[in-house]
Design a protein around this ligand. Structure first.
Ligand code: BV8
Ligand code: ZN
Length: 313
């Protein structure tokens, strides 16, 4: 149970009640209570890969099958997760106060699913459920595609569904036929294998098994912003004009983020420059922002899933 010192809760509640222009910056820690792994904590490793090393155009260029399996796994996890009480509390605050906007680094789709008004929710890093074409001249994209798996080859492997080729003593055509027959003989899919487990063999997918553009047959990619890619222009413009048009920002809530990723993390500094008091909600006592806080700010240590609803009720 997260313990919030009563005096901090009181001073925060007093300030919140007097605040009009409020910002929230969300990170993966907000969705931890929904069971989704964070990037840099324990969940930051996917198989033997550092998740951030797969979130790059270079990784996709090099092995789009591997990167698609990483994203298909995260789509599968996110589509089966539920928004937690903190997602709902932020959505309720946005409904009550049109001068409250949320900047989310999360791509898991949980804030939109919690009913957060979309004109007050800015997804700085895109969404797992937006898909777009990689062909240079093609502008095909689609939003909110929750199909899971998005193509059959990206289904989460299950026990027995892929007979092990090394078990057949046949070779060539005969072996392929034997494996195909074994596949057909599988009565139903077995237990889902934990494809995040480095010991589970990862299927080698060919380019034609990956999601294809219905317009130009080019390779589709997840509609997220990878490292080295610019954040969505329209989103940044909207957020920056909201900040520019704010004579003063009263409060910024910084929830479940290690504040390592820019330009997103830079919004804490921008808000402070506009007079905002800062409230950090994080599991980690040593969150990098902690040392920059003044006695006018707050640091609430614990699970955002528990603390945020308490702070906003
Ligand atoms: C850009 C989408 C320029 C994909 C993500 C060299 C070359 C190019 C760029 C750079 C460079 N060096 C630096 C940069 C900038 C780079 C960057 O910041 N790198 C960092 C790592 C140093 N940024 C970029 O590349 C950005 N683009 O700069 O473009 C440009 C300009 C013009 C033209 C061309 C280019 C793009 C950055 C976006 C990258 N995409 N995600 C995907 O998700 O797969 S970032 C990724 O990290 C996620 O979005 C994630 O949200 C984000 C931040 O991580 P956090 O959310 O903070 O998660 P983390 O695990 O780190 O922390 C969790 C926190 O929660 C912890 O504090 C933990 O204690 C806490 N917690 C855990 N459990 C709980 C909890 N708190 C509360 N309750 C709990 N239960
Ligand atoms: Zn296309």
């Amino acid at each position: 149970m997260a313990l919030i010192p009563p005096a901090d809760l009181q001073s925060f509640a007093d300030h919140l009640s007097k605040s009009t222009r409020i910002l929230a910056l969300l990170g993966a820690g907000l969705s931890a209570a929904s069971g989704l792994p964070t990037f840099r904590g324990a969940g930051g490793m996917w198989r033997a890969f550092d998740a951030t090393s797969l979130a790059t155009p270079e990784a996709f260029e090099e092995d789009s099958g591997l990167v698609w399996q990483f994203y298909s796994y995260r789509r599968h996890m996110a589509v089966n997760a539920k928004p937690n009480r903190a997602h709902y509390a932020l959505a309720e605050l946005a409904k009550k106060n049109e001068n409250f906007i949320t900047l989310s680094q999360n791509v898991d789709g949980l804030s939109p699913r919690a009913g957060h008004p979309s004109e007050q929710l800015h997804l700085l890093h895109g969404s797992l459920f937006d898909i777009r074409c990689t062909s240079f001249y093609c502008n095909y994209s689609r939003k909110d595609d929750f199909t899971d798996p998005i193509v059959p080859a990206l289904a989460i492997p299950t026990e027995g569904a892929h007979p092990d080729p090394s078990t057949t003593d046949k070779t060539g055509e005969e072996a392929t036929k034997a494996l195909y027959d074994a596949m057909q003989a599988q009565p139903q899919r077995g237990r889902e294998l934990d494809i995040a487990d480095p010991n589970v063999p990862i299927p080698k997918l060919t380019a034609d098994e990956l999601p294809k553009c219905p317009q130009c047959s080019g390779l589709l990619r997840p509609g997220v912003i990878w490292f080295g890619e610019a954040l969505p222009q329209a989103t940044i413009q909207t957020v920056n004009s909201w900040i520019r048009d704010s004579p003063k920002i009263d409060l910024i809530l910084v929830i479940g983020t290690s504040s390592q990723v820019y330009p997103a993390a830079g919004y804490v500094h921008t808000a402070r420059e506009k007079g905002a008091r800062v409230a950090v909600i994080d599991m980690d006592q040593n969150n990098v922002l902690k040392k920059s806080l003044t006695p006018n700010d707050w640091f609430f240590q614990g699970d955002a899933g528990e603390i945020v609803p308490k702070l906003l009720e």
